[in-house]
Every structure is written in structure tokens, then in C-alpha cells.
Design a protein around this ligand. Sequence first.
Ligand SMILES: NC(=O)C1=CN([C@@H]2O[C@H](COP(=O)(O)OP(=O)(O)OC[C@H]3O[C@@H](n4cnc5c(N)ncnc54)[C@H](O)[C@@H]3O)[C@@H](O)[C@H]2O)[C@@H](O)CC1
Ligand SMILES: [K+]
Length: 470
Amino acid sequence: MIRAHTVEQVRAAEADLLARLPEGTLMQRAAHGLAHAVVDLLGSGAYGRRVLLLVGSGDNGGDALYAGALLARRGAQVEAWLLSDTAHERGVAALRAAGGRVRHREVTRSGDGRRAASSTCGYDVVVDGIVGIGGRPGLRPAAAAVLDALAGIPVVAVDLPSGVDADTGELEGPHVTADLTVTFGTHKPCHLADPAAAACGAIHLVDIGLDLPEALLEALQPSDVAALLPRPVPDAHKYTRGVVGVRAGSATYPGAALLSVSGAACGLAGMVRYDGDDPVLDLVRAAHPEVVGPGRVQAWVVGSGSAAGAESALRASLADAVPLVVDADALAFADLVAGRPAVLTPHAGELGQMLGEEREVIESAPLRFARRAAEQYDAVVLLKGRRSVIARPDGRARVTLSGTPWLATAGAGDVLGGLVGALLAAGLDPFDAASVGSWLHGAAGTLAAQRGPIVASDVAVALPALLGSL
Ligand SMILES: NC(=O)C1=CN([C@@H]2O[C@H](COP(=O)(O)OP(=O)(O)OC[C@H]3O[C@@H](n4cnc5c(N)ncnc54)[C@H](O)[C@@H]3O)[C@@H](O)[C@H]2O)[C@@H](O)CC1
Ligand SMILES: [K+]
């Protein structure tokens, strides 16, 4: 499991450790990890390579300076630009002692920063030590101009890309866009949640020995998914493995029925039932001969392509008192499910309608709005996007790290709904069902897209091979 802790949690853990360790130990650990990561990124060692450090006033700049000193001792040509009036003094001294060059703000602020940059181009890597967890979101104009002038050079962010909001993953104004982010002690929410996560590049975690409390945000890894997957016990029969019912699709949108059923029929539940118009049931049976008609189920999947029938389908499903997946058209009636075990699966546009916000507003703060919706609707919310967010009413959340942009294809959400329904029927709680289903969906899409562009049904087809690999 990847766990992300807030700045407050990190500060508390650091304070505890700082009190017990010789001064500077944590920063040395951070700097060593950072220097190693920069060498790895450079590929052919540090010797003779040109490294530019952008240094702010705090300890984030201190990390960069000490790492720069280590790189200089390995033969790199290291130059630090101090972008604030003050900088970590011992870090500056260490860099100078190792043969690095230090230029002051007055130099780097000449003109709009462009002159300084153009006179010193040819860097192999830029190390962003402007601000870390102590920074306010956004960048000062001078820092933003320097970054503009350095565009095109690989950037390694120290702890986090300067300018992003560490705790929310939101962006307010200019920020660094990194190729690699080297973070310390634990991930922060900005490393997992979009839009900031998209500015982090690859993420490398350096262990500095922090003893951390429970995290409110996490991301499943393949081993976590494998551990949570339902597996048939030796004496299983189809009913003990769970029956998932699908109330999706209509005469107008039969494809939604077929795709929802294809996700539900992933093999993780013992049986799939379809409840809908007879002509649609005939189509479903032709494609999935194992699917049977209505009856008792352990979970319902409701809403996709149900058109005008969404409300009655949702009410009928609620009468069974089993867990539900509520998707698409049924999301308009999501307040009916409050307090019931349920997973709501909106995309940003649908969540916007549920919360009275524009789609762009939701996309600018997916973690915040997924949490708000989970609390307001008293249900698990799976907000679909590049980095899907799964939130519980108590604020705990997970982010899905699997996936590919090729999954942005019609009907992919129907497959996801069916898959989450199968996991609910098999006995996973709504939070696990939503986060495992979302991870499997992303990974199946990635697997399918290795052969070329995909459509939604390819995602369902890839599921057995993916599940086998787990
Ligand atoms: N505290 C510790 O034990 C450790 C801290 N470490 C490093 O220390 C960092 C935190 O250091 P600090 O608490 O000194 O804080 P930062 O270095 O993140 O920045 C705080 C400073 O930046 C200024 N600032 C705030 N927002 C700004 C903005 N938008 N633009 C420009 N300047 C801005 C503030 O005036 C303040 O002086 C971590 O991110 C990490 O890199 C690591 O060395 C590991 C150990
Ligand atoms: K930084």
C-alpha cells in the first residue's frame, strides 16, 4: 500500500525523530537519497554533468544544497541559484566546500530571469529546491520566470514540485512540472491526487525513518489488490460466491446492458442476473449464455443506459436491502441511497451536477469533491478520472494508480460498474470493492491497450488474464 500523510502528520513525526537524532541527520538522509536519484536520472554517472540547483529559503533548499555538494564531490559541475534573500547557510557552505558555485538572487533576478538562464544554459538537470512542505501554493514571479527560461531541461523536484498544494493536490497559480519527484519519509497527498500528481513525474520515496500514524489517503499496489481479491473456498458453490444483478441498459441503450454484464461476468462472483426488457435480456443471453433472469442477488448494479427507468430501477434495487452500484442516470436519485452500503460512480460532469458545481471545478479538486460527495450522500464515491478517487463518508480515500488514457472510451464506465458490483456480491465492503474494481479496470485497460487502441469490451476481455497474473 502507498500511504500519503498530511504536512501536519509529517511535521509531528519529524519532530519526534528530530528530538532523538543528532542535528542534521534527517536532512543528510534526504540529501543522500536525492543525490542518488539524480545520478540514476542522469544515467551515466555524475562526473562532468552540469547540475543546476534552484534554492529557496527553507530546508527544501537545504536538501538541494547538500545533495548538490554530494554530486559535486562525485565530479558534477554544480551551480546553485539562491532565489530568496536567505538560504540554508550550512547547505551553502557545504556546496561551496565541495567546489560548487553559488549565485545570489540579484544575479538570477537580472531582467526577468531569462538573461541569467540563457547565459548558463547547457544544464543536464535542474533540481527544484524552491519550496517543499513549508511552501504556500503558487510561485513568485521571479521563480516562475526562471523556470520558463529553463524549459526543456529535466527537472527533479525535491519533496514535491514547488508551487503545488501538498495536502490537497490542488494547484493555485504557477508550479514546477517535474520529471522525477524525490520525496522523504512518506508520500504526501499531492503525489497521489490530481491535478498535482500529474506535475510530479515519476515518484521516488526515500525512507528517512519516520514513524507515521494512519494515513487518510492511500493507493493500492498490485499485492494489495491480490490480497483483497475474492477467491472460491474449496467447498464453494455459485450462491456462496455471490450473485450480482444488473439493472442497466434499455431498448434505447442495449449496449450499456451488455457492457455492464461483461464487467459483472468477470468470474469474481458466482452468478450474474440481468433484470430488464426481454429484447435486451435476449441480447445479453446471446452474448453471455451464463447470465440468468431476475431473482435473489447479493448486489445490484443500477443506472447506466437506463434512461427514464433509472429511478424505478434504483427503487426496486433498494427494496432488496443489498449493496448497490449507482451509476449514470441513477446518480440523479443518489440521495435515496444515503446510509446504505453503496458505491456511487460519477465522472466529473456527473459529480458536478450532484454537487451543483461546474465540471472544471470538480476536475481542479477531485480529492476534495469526492470526499465532500461521500459525506453529503453518506456513501462511497468513486470519482472517475485520470486518477480516480474513491472516498468514504468519514474522509478516508484511495487513489487509483493503474490506468491508461486509452480508457477514455465510451462504455468503459459500464464495465467498471459491473465489475464493482461483482466484487460487492462476492462480499467486499463498498470501499474495497470500489478501489479494487477501479484498480483492476485501469490495469485491464492498460493490458488491453498494449495490443493497440481499445474499446470498452476489450477491457472486460482482458480481465481474466489480468486476474490470473494477480
Ligand atoms: N523537517 C525535517 O526534519 C526535514 C525536512 N526536510 C525538507 O524540509 C522541507 C521543509 O522545509 P521548511 O519547513 O523549511 O519549508 P520549505 O523549505 O518548504 O519552505 C519554507 C520557506 O519558503 C518560503 N515560502 C513559502 N511559500 C513560498 C512560495 N510559494 N514561494 C517562495 N517561497 C515560499 C517561506 O517563507 C519559508 O521560508 C521538506 O519539504 C523537505 O524538503 C528534509 O530535509 C527531511 C527532514
Ligand atoms: K521542491
